[in-house]
Design a binder for this molecule. Sequence first.
Ligand SMILES: [Zn+2]
Length: 164
Amino acid sequence: MTIDTIFYTQLATIFSFLIALFSLYRLLVKQKDATIELLKEKNDFLSKQIEIAQNNTPDKLAKRLSERINIFQDELSRLSEDKEYTQKTISEKEEKLEQLENQLSEIKEIASEYFCPHCKSPIEKREYFSEVHEYGDIDHEFIEFECGFSMADDRVTGECKYKK
Ligand SMILES: [Zn+2]
């Protein structure tokens, strides 16, 4: 296992955790209760995971993810301080939720290229190479995922073994 693979595996864990966390948050808006504490604990865990990922590979993606999580945490702590159940606060929360939804789809967009589009296996290898020509070099990109799915310049060169 290379450092990169470890990093992307961690990223996959973080990513699926984030989706779970988001579902919990959504539930929370409807029934606000003691689960807030649990969410906070899980958030701390998530922050630590991101920290580990950042230390392994100081990747831009991890940084952006961590920035999103900070926003998420702020939202959660604000929610936990709020004791009012008025229609106004509910609408406000719905707005916040919408913002979070947008953030999540942004994260999905950022992260999608690191996972197989069929089975979500993490990326195993990404290589760039140049083809030398007299009229100028042509750059190529090769991406391979753990499931065997691979692409060379957006052309499929290997099939995902979990693809139905
Ligand atoms: Zn796959």
